[in-house]
Design a protein around this ligand. Structure first.
Ligand SMILES: NC(=O)c1ccc[n+]([C@@H]2O[C@H](COP(=O)([O-])OP(=O)(O)OC[C@H]3O[C@@H](n4cnc5c(N)ncnc54)[C@H](O)[C@@H]3O)[C@@H](O)[C@H]2O)c1
Length: 195
């Protein structure tokens, strides 16, 4: 069922009635984004693999006066996307914003990166956000609205063994693949590039 657009004519930054999802919300950028969304009026579904920081983050959002739900999970777990959608629909009956923020940095260059480093980086920084987007977009498509924000890194544009610390490749290349898909909800999902 298509959802009404909220009336933002009086305040462009009023997210009252919104339900937003933030991954990696326990600390750092994710926590700041979550509390920022809460201050703007949005209810929150917070996702993190660290139970303690997740609980503290939920406390902060609750103190701001918003409804909050937590998904204690690794974003790479097979059932995490479905758990996120179920929590969000139970909390707000809608998903207006998804922030794919959980991510890791890694330091190695193309000459010595191990398969294990690559697979871990790929799993958390690329595969997991794609799977979460895919699940959340089902609801956004049904509602006819929604925004996805994928947090990347400036390393995405300069992955090279010639970087000053020779570090860019493993963190940069996976994120770069999402650039084409970041933006307004497309009617037709663009093909993703790998390799
Ligand atoms: N801080 C920077 O300077 C910087 C620069 C470029 C990009 N980024 C990106 O911004 C995002 C946030 O960065 P930050 O500095 O706040 O990071 P951070 O390490 O402070 O916080 C990351 C949060 O994500 C959670 N997390 C990590 N992996 C997870 C997983 N597999 N499942 C569930 N939760 C997981 C952690 O528990 C933590 O709460 C990351 O994607 C990072 O790559 C950060």
């Amino acid at each position: 069922m298509a959802l009404d657009f909220p009336d933002i004519s009086k305040n462009l930054f009023d997210l009252g009635g919104y339900c937003s999802v933030v991954t990696g919300a326990g600390q750092g950028i994710g926590l700041s984004l979550a509390t920022g969304l809460a201050h703007a009026g949005s209810d929150l579904v917070l996702v993190d693999r660290n139970a303690e920081t997740l609980k503290n983050a939920a406390g902060e959002v609750g103190e701001i006066g918003r409804r909050v739900s937590t998904v204690h999970a690794d974003v790479t777990a097979e059932d995490t996307p479905q758990r996120i959608v179920e929590d969000a629909m139970a909390l707000g009956g809608r998903i207006d914003v998804l922030v794919n923020n959980a991510g890791i940095m890694g330091y190695s260059d193309m000459l010595d990166v191990t398969d294990e480093q690559w697979d871990r980086m790929y799993g958390i920084n690329l595969r997991a956000p794609m799977r979460i987007m895919r699940a959340v977009l089902q609801e956004m498509s049904r509602a006819g609205r929604g925004s996805v924000i994928n947090i990347g890194s400036s390393w995405s544009s300069r992955g090279s063994i010639f970087n000053q610390d020779g570090a860019g490749w493993t963190t940069a290349r996976p994120r770069q693949r999402f650039r084409a898909s970041a933006g307004p909800l497309p009617r037709t999902w663009p093909p993703m590039e790998f390799g």
